[in-house]
Design a protein around this ligand. Structure first.
Ligand code: ACM
Length: 260
C-alpha cells in the first residue's frame, strides 16, 4: 500500500487557493492514501470566534465536495483537517474521504493552547475504521502527547495512524518514533510549514512531516520544504505485536497495575 503526506504552507482564509494547492501537489502522485495537514483549508491563527465561524463548514461542505471530486479523479483516499461546524459547535476535525465519499470523521480530542477558546473539544473518541482491507486510526496534532490516544487506537487493531498536524513545538517528530515502537503501528504525520503572524498571534510551523514504521524506522521525513513524499508500507507488519519470542507487547500488558 502506498501512503503519502502533503506538506505545504496554507494561505490563511483562502480555502479555494488551499484546495488548489492540494490538487497541484497531487498532480503526479500515485498513492492509495494521502494525508494533508490539520486545518489545511483555512490556516491556523484565527483572531477570534467570528473569523472561525465564517470559515468553518459542515463535514459535507464545499471543501468535502472538492476533496471527494479529487479523490474520485485520482482514485486516492484523502485525509485532511478543517474547521467543522455542526449545529452550534465548531470542531477541529479531519475527514477521511475515499473516491466514493466520507468514510470517517474525527474531531480533535486534545485542544492546544488558544484552540481552547475557539473550538469545542472533540466528541467522537478514538475509533478505528476499515479501508482497503486495513484498519486505520486518526489523531490530530496535539493528540500525540497523550500516549493513551494512540494506545486506544492500537488496541482496537489500528495498523496505520494518520495524523494531520500544525506542529509548533519541536517534540512530536521524535516522540512519534516511540509511539510507533510502543504500539507497533505505522504513523503518517502530515504537518504544515511557514509562519502565521496575525494580530498578536505568531506561529512558526516546523514541517518535519514523516512516515514511521512499527519498528521505529523513519521511512521518510521532510524538512521545511513544500513536498509530497510517497512511501510503500506493508500494513500487515503492524498486526504482529511480538518484540521477541517471549514478549508480545499487548499480551504482556499489566492492566491490573495501570490507572484507567
Ligand atoms: C497543535 O495541536 N496544532 C499544536
Amino acid at each position: 500500500m502506498k501512503v503519502c503526506f502533503l506538506q505545504f504552507n496554507p494561505a490563511f482564509g483562502d480555502k479555494e487557493k488551499n484546495c488548489r494547492a492540494v490538487e497541484d501537489l497531487l498532480k503526479d502522485v500515485v498513492a492509495d492514501i494521502a494525508v494533508i495537514p490539520e486545518l489545511f483549508n483555512t490556516g491556523y491563527a484565527f483572531l477570534n470566534e467570528k473569523e472561525l465561524v465564517n470559515l468553518a463548514e459542515p463535514a459535507s461542505g464545499e471543501t468535502y465536495e472538492f476533496m471527494q471530486r479529487l479523490a474520485q479523479g485520482k482514485n486516492i483516499a484523502l485525509a485532511y483537517g478543517y474547521p467543522e461546524s455542526a449545529g452550534d459547535s465548531i470542531y477541529n476535525s479531519m475527514s477521511f474521504v475515499a473516491p466514493a465519499g466520507i468514510v470517517a470523521t474525527y474531531r480533535k480530542s486534545h485542544l492546544f493552547f488558544e484552540e481552547k477558546f475557539l473550538f469545542n473539544p472533540g466528541d467522537t473518541g478514538f475509533k478505528t475504521f476499515e479501508y482497503a482491507g486495513i484498519k486505520l486510526g486518526m489523531l490530530i496534532c496535539w493528540d500525540w502527547i497523550y500516549p493513551e490516544a494512540m494506545r486506544t487506537l492500537a488496541l482496537q487493531g489500528a495498523q496505520i495512524i494518520i495524523h494531520p498536524a500544525n506542529l509548533v513545538t519541536p517534540y512530536c517528530p521524535e516522540a512519534m518514533v516511540t509511539r510507533a515502537i510502543e504500539n507497533r503501528v505505522f504513523v503518517v504525520t502530515a504537518d504544515r510549514t511557514g509562519d502565521e503572524i496575525r494580530g498578536d498571534k505568531k506561529y512558526h510551523f516546523i514541517g518535519k512531516s514523516q512516515v514511521v514504521a512499527p519498528n521505529g524506522d523513519i521511512l521518510t521525513r521532510a524538512g521545511e520544504e513544500t513536498c509530497v513524499k510517497v512511501v510503500n508500507v506493508e500494513p500487515e507488519l503492524a498486526l504482529d505485536k511480538k518484540m521477541n519470542r517471549h514478549n508480545d507487547l499487548f499480551l504482556d500488558r499489566r492492566e491490573d497495575l495501570y490507572f484507567t
